[in-house]
Design a protein around this ligand. Structure first.
Ligand code: WAQ
Ligand code: MG
Length: 242
């Protein structure tokens, strides 16, 4: 699903969602996504697209990242923490600076920006759209376990589940160094950094309440094959398991 609002002639991204489900679940999920699009803190959608496709290949199985949390008290502290931890993952200061420039620009995309981890070069082909990770889900048994795990942490929401599933698919690719995510919803101020080494590391106060800016950045190896990577992110079916 993707929902947008048109102001003058510019289409502004409101909300998006995707998943892998059994045929029997389609109408339930459509309803869920429709309600999300119609009642969104980013504003009223005036265009909503749905697309449904039968997945014919067997999804790859990928392990869920371990969940961790950090609670900085201010956005400055949060950014400090992010810089320190991403530098430890061999991402350059320039590349991290570039990532925050994209997020701070306020040009909200519906997908993620791809940046080379050393030189900080923007590598995704359509910089207005970014790369949208799709064809991802979780098997039923793992979902039950994840629900229990998140309930114990008092964070069992669709938003958290979808973010952990996405981060786990993304981190699984060998060309991915790390991900940085800041929600573009003005009422959600927890974000995360993620990688195989960092796990899914949630960070509070990643932005100020009321701020409409946000985005996702994928830091990748300099020698990555971009089209192969985008094919994996956008098209390869992945089911997460615990
Ligand atoms: N593929 C690539 N980029 C995406 C996707 C996707 N499927 N979905 C969203 N994005 C990008 C897009 O640029 C959005 O503007 C941005 O990410 C933020 O999306 O407490 O709510 O759905 O553990 O607003 C993370 C923390 C919340 C959850 C993330 O992101 C927690 C969130 P949002
Ligand atoms: Mg959003």
């Amino acid at each position: 699903m993707r929902a947008s609002q048109t102001i003058d002639i510019k289409e502004i991204h409101i909300s998006g969602a995707e998943g892998i489900y059994d045929k029997e679940e389609i109408s339930k999920v459509l309803n869920l996504y429709l309600n999300r699009a119609l009642n969104h803190s980013r504003g009223a959608a005036d265009k909503i697209y749905f697309s449904i496709e039968n997945i014919k290949t067997v999804p790859i199985k990928v392990k869920l990242l371990p969940i961790k949390s950090q609670f900085p008290n201010s956005t400055e502290e949060a950014r400090d923490f992010i810089f320190k931890n991403l530098i430890k993952q061999n991402i350059s200061k320039d590349a991290i600076g570039q990532a925050f420039n994209i997020i701070d620009s306020g040009k909200t995309m519906r997908g993620a920006a791809i940046i080379s981890a050393k030189k900080g070069l923007r590598l995704d082909p359509n910089t207005e759209r970014g790369v949208r990770v799709s064809r991802l889900g979780i098997d039923k048994d793992s979902l039950r376990k994840l629900n229990r795990r998140l309930s114990r942490l008092k964070i069992n929401t669709n938003r958290v589940k979808e973010a952990i599933i996405l981060a786990s698919k993304v981190a699984n690719h060998d060309d991915l160094v790390a991900e940085l995510c800041v929600s573009d919803d003005p009422d959600y101020t927890t974000g995360y950094i993620a990688s195989k080494e960092l796990g899914y590391l949630r960070i509070s106060n990643i932005k100020d309440f009321g701020d409409m800016r946000g985005g996702r950045i994928f830091f990748i190896k300099e020698d990555a094959n971009i089209s192969e990577l985008i094919e994996y992110l956008e098209r390869t079916p992945v089911l997460i398991s615990l």
